[in-house]
Design a protein around this ligand. Structure first.
Ligand SMILES: *Cc1c(COP(=O)(O)O)cnc(C)c1O
Length: 424
């Protein structure tokens, strides 16, 4: 019997946990480790990999994804906000964590307390961070971000020289990294990226001439990591690629990546409708003939864009079933007329593979008028995440339980309560 036990010590079967959800995401941690290894092999031994796990690892779950990336050889982690770094620290992750975004000066003490590495961009931040670090009695590493034309976070070379001076004068802060971010690296035409990269390299030289050097220079996110080896420098910062997704159709497929995420729902009702019957809010779909429809409990509050109304498909019994009518907050309806034997409880795949058929996150993104990054990050906290390792359930999280690893044991099944869930 496939008995597993959660961190809370409660035993249940993986099948019973799976059966207890009507809507869920499955995340393959072996795929994530495989992707990290593929990216590491591509950049070579001399280049560090910082796994970007901001925004809950693009919806996949920051804690298990960070752990999987570190297990596969990522040297560091990167997040956008302080709280994301603290969440990782609170689970015992010791690897250096770089905060990529703006942090208000009042938050510097928390940053120091949790040993987070900040990207500082003002004298005020430098002074607050230095003050917070004095108490700790160790040098606090900082990174500077050069704005090479994205006009987002960062500063010009001239301002960075001043800032680097202010940092050195504190004596408690230490220049560890210099980086930039590309605006168009995922496009076929790499000329803007080359221009930004040249600007970065000449600014680095200017800073060096002023006496400021950086052990870690980095520029490449997923697109440049895959397509532009000359930009790898000391470290790469892939996010999307860790999850098995490519930034655009123009990015090379030479580095083989495996999508880690599958989104599923269970058929909640199957019934027939006749000519003239409308489906869902606003009757934007009206049946022209007799047809069979199935209800899937996945809606826009789970992260599926309402743009998918009357456009997307799901997989049921290995076949495509088209969404009819509007996507609602919690559910949607699909046409299953051509599919035999659809029953309540059947698995429907919204993103992922079923039998021979596949619905890529890219397809959902295109139909939603957005990019795969947004499709993943929109997956709401309401969607339970089930984690798999080599096909075996190894952890889960849902609204009532933050990430809980599951360990496998022999023995009988016992009724139990797992973080608020009563399982058969
Ligand atoms: C989000 C982000 C990344 C990762 O980008 P991907 O395209 O997902 O690889 C890297 N660097 C910075 C500064 C970012 O904001």
């Amino acid at each position: 019997m496939d008995v597993v036990s959660s961190a809370a010590g409660v035993e249940f079967t993986s099948a019973s946990l799976l059966r207890s959800y009507a809507t869920w995401a499955e995340i393959d941690l072996s795929a994530v480790r495989q992707n990290v290894r593929a990216l590491k092999a591509h950049v070579g031994d001399g280049v560090l990999l910082a796994a970007v796990v901001k925004a809950n690892a693009y919806g996949h779950g920051a804690v298990p994804l960070a752990q999987a990336a570190l297990d596969a050889g990522a040297a560091r982690l990167a997040v956008a906000r302080i709280d994301e770094g603290i969440q990782l620290r609170n689970t015992g992750i010791m690897a250096p964590i770089l905060v990529l975004g703006y942090v208000p000066p009042v938050d510097m003490r928390r940053a120091v307390h949790y040993s987070l590495t900040l990207t500082v961009n003002s004298e005020q931040q430098v002074l607050s961070l230095a003050r917070a670090s004095v108490v700790r009695g160790v040098k606090t590493p900082v990174h500077l971000k050069l704005d090479t034309g994205m006009n987002r976070y960062g500063s010009s070379a001239t301002r960075l020289i001043k800032l680097a001076g202010a940092i050195e004068r504190t004596r408690t802060l230490e220049l560890e990294g210099l980086y930039t971010h590309f605006a168009c690296a995922d496009e076929e035409d790499k000329s803007w990226t080359s221009w930004q990269f040249e600007a970065f390299m000449s600014a680095r030289d200017r800073l060096a001439k002023s006496g400021f050097t950086f052990p870690l220079c980095h520029a490449a996110s997923s697109a440049a990591t895959i397509d532009l080896p000359e930009t790898h420098l000391d470290m790469v910062r892939p996010g999307l690629a860790l999850f098995g997704l490519y930034p655009s159709t123009d990015v090379s497929r030479d580095v083989h990546l495996q999508p880690a995420l599958v989104l599923k729902g269970r058929v909640g009702r199957v019934h027939d409708i006749g000519p003239g019957d409308g489906v869902s809010y606003g009757y934007t779909f009206v049946a022209a003939r007799r047809m069979k429809v199935a209800l899937i409990p996945v809606g826009y509050a789970d992260g599926l864009h309402r743009m998918l109304s009357n456009r997307a498909s799901v997989l049921i019994r290995g076949q495509r079933a088209k969404v009819v009518g509007r996507v609602c907050m919690d559910q949607l309806v699909v046409d299953v007329s051509p599919i035999d034997h659809v029953r309540v409880g059947d698995e429907a795949v919204v993103i992922g593979q079923q039998g021979e058929q596949r619905i890529e996150a890219e397809e959902v993104a295109e139909l939603s008028g957005t990019i795969v990054n947004e499709v993943c990050t929109r997956l709401s906290p309401r969607v339970p995440r089930l984690y798999f390792d080599d096909g075996q359930l190894c952890g889960y999280s849902d609204l009532n339980a933050s990430y809980s690893p599951i360990t496998r044991r022999g023995g009988g099944i016992r009724k139990g309560v797992a973080a608020g869930r009563i399982l058969p």
